[in-house]
Design a protein around this ligand. Structure first.
Ligand SMILES: Nc1ncnc2c1ncn2[C@@H]1O[C@H](COP(=O)(O)OP(=O)(O)O)[C@@H](O)[C@H]1O
Ligand SMILES: [Mg+2]
Length: 381
């Protein structure tokens, strides 16, 4: 599609060009453009989510959009150079543009700092430092298919991070609706996820987290289905996928103890964080380690097999600590032979041991998952 066709519905000059004042992530509605001190301006395309400390939007890099025919380049040319936020399209114009067949812009993600209302200046500064750290850690993982690509960050006009957009299904949605795996080429097992999917997902996450530990020297600390995107890879015609891990927002560096940032999971526990996957050491604020991620992965493994009701859903740290002392439920997955079910429940119970020292290393988790899968295949189920 030529550039002139693409913008037939609105010719330049757009009457909406105006500087947005009172800069706040809430002002970044679809149709606003962020002019940054470096790189091309970003057009906000659609909201993605609002977490505890960040507002996340899908955006379109404007120079690229001008060259691929998404928008006439006059939109780009007329933007002022000084960093700021400018409204160049109305939200309904963006919606119309998104509906047009043939418009397939390059999508990126802009994660903007958004501390909770009433946050102190000190807390806001910590959040900004966390966003910076997230960028630095992701930059260290470049080339790894299990993490979004870091594309840059700046503090102007608002502190933000730019990442590649990961198109796929949230593991949270898949756990809540196992039928979605048919979109990935798998056959659901009744109301459960098929074991082959669980095996691939758990192994892929365990490998990716191991690489994160080794390459970036950090503990993720916030592994949960909401932070995993399952990306279909069906080029070979086989049911297959990649899992991309998001949100290094509260990752803990293992080698920079002296400069460590305060634990924001603790700070925001009361402000809506999901403590379902928090290891006891996180709940009580003692030292975290690689085993903290093993705990979260153990809970996810049990949840993928047994459904989300299998996990405690308390909001109270004291209660959660109590629950963490009790073993996770038995494995009843119909794809597994009873003997393999016992191995599997032993595995997720050991991974969620109260004492981190008793949790198996991820290499051991991978070995045991593989062994169970081999047994499942041999059992013909
Ligand atoms: N690179 C990305 N590609 C696709 N979706 C993303 C990306 N980054 C974030 N998201 C979506 O936005 C949500 C919030 O982003 P996240 O980084 O987890 O921030 P928060 O710290 O607010 O939880 C994610 O759960 C996911 O749905
Ligand atoms: Mg998140």
């Amino acid at each position: 599609m030529s550039a002139s066709n693409a913008v037939a519905f609105r010719m330049w000059p757009a009457p909406h060009l105006q500087r947005v004042s009172g800069l706040h992530p809430d002002a970044l509605k679809p149709g606003t453009a962020i002019v940054r001190p470096w790189g091309e301006p970003l057009l906000i395309w659609a909201p993605l989510g609002q977490g505890g400390t960040a507002a996340v939007n899908v955006c379109v890099p404007l120079a690229t959009a001008a060259s691929d025919g998404t928008l006439d380049e006059s939109y780009l040319m007329a933007l002022p150079r000084d960093p700021g936020v400018y409204q160049i399209l109305t939200a309904s114009e963006v919606a119309e543009l998104r509906r047009q067949p043939g418009i397939r812009p390059l999508l990126q993600v802009v994660k903007l700092l958004n501390p909770p209302p009433g946050a102190s200046a000190e807390l806001a500064a910590h959040c900004r430092e966390r966003l910076r750290q997230e960028g630095r850690l992701l930059a260290g993982m470049v080339g790894d298919p299990s993490f979004p690509v870091y594309l840059g960050r700046a503090d102007e006009p608002l502190p933000h991070l730019v990442l590649s957009f990961i198109a796929g299904l949230s593991l949270y949605d898949i756990v809540g609706n196992p039928g979605l795996v048919s979109e990935l080429g798998f056959t659901p097992a009744g109301w459960r996820l098929p074991w082959r999917f669980i095996y691939f997902a758990a192994s892929k996450i365990a490998r990716a987290v191991t690489r994160l530990h080794l390459r970036a020297q950090v503990v993720h600390r916030d592994l949960k289905p909401e932070n995993m995107v399952v990306v279909p890879l069906t080029a070979s015609g086989e049911a297959f996928f990649e899992v991309v891990i998001l949100d290094l927002g509260v990752a803990k560096e293992l080698v920079r103890d002296a400069e460590d940032l305060p634990d924001l999971t603790a700070v925001f526990g009361a402000a809506g964080a999901t403590p379902r996957y928090c290891a006891p050491e996180q709940l009580i604020g003692s030292a975290v380690s690689e085993a903290t991620d093993t705990f979260a992965l153990g809970r996810m493994l049990c949840e993928m097999s047994q459904g989300s009701q299998a996990l405690p859903d308390s909001v109270n740290a004291g209660e959660l600590l109590e629950v963490a002392r009790r073993p996770l439920p038995d494995c009843t997955h119909p794809d597994l032979h009873p003997a393999v079910r016992v191995w599997m429940q032993d595995l997720w119970r050991e991974m969620t041991s109260f004492d981190p020292v008793r949790r198996p290393a991820l290499a051991e988790v991978l070995r045991r998952l593989k062994h169970c899968e081999a047994m499942r295949m041999r059992g013909g189920r």
